[in-house]
Design a protein around this ligand. Structure first.
Ligand code: THU
Ligand code: ZN
Length: 139
């Protein structure tokens, strides 16, 4: 259902918004700033950053926060996500974020990982999380 073609313009916009959100990352403990943005089936964009916490385990991740911002706005269908860090090569979302994404996607989402150097890696969510545990296992 979500196997839509994402245009180069949409990819650029996702990365631009993720880079912008990264500037607001709160990462005083790790120094590792992350920005993420999602594109919905309706063509809307939502972005966020990582928000670290002195209690450490309370830290929230950029991808999960971008998804939560979209869900709070009433969104439920997602076409793509971009995550931006300084790392080279740019890493894809961690396992916790993959589980958060699995709630709303069966594997078709396009996942972009970019860095400030301009390197962009690209994959489908199903490649990152085969045999995903999601709502289809419970509902
Ligand atoms: N982080 C994310 O925001 N997303 C990920 O998928 C990996 C890790 C954050 C958490 C923490 O603030 C910092 O990056 C270092 O782990
Ligand atoms: Zn994560």
């Amino acid at each position: 259902m979500n196997q839509a073609m994402i245009t180069p313009k949409e990819k650029d916009e996702l990365i631009r918004l993720a880079r912008k959100a990264k500037e607001n990352a709160h990462a005083p403990y790790s120094g590792y700033t992350v920005g993420a943005a999602v594109l919905t089936a309706g063509g809307n964009y939502y972005s966020s950053c990582n928000v670290e916490n002195a209690a450490l385990t309370t830290t929230t991740h950029a991808e999960g926060n971008a998804l939560a911002a979209a869900v709070a706005a009433g969104e439920r269908e997602f076409l793509a996500l971009a995550v931006v860090t300084d790392a080279d090569p740019p890493p894809f979302p961690c396992a916790i974020c993959r589980q958060s994404l699995a709630e709303f996607d069966r594997g078709e989402m396009l996942i972009l990982a970019a860095n400030l150097k301009g390197t962009v890696r690209e994959t489908r969510f199903s490649e990152l999380y085969p045999e995903m545990f999601g709502p289809h296992k419970l509902l």
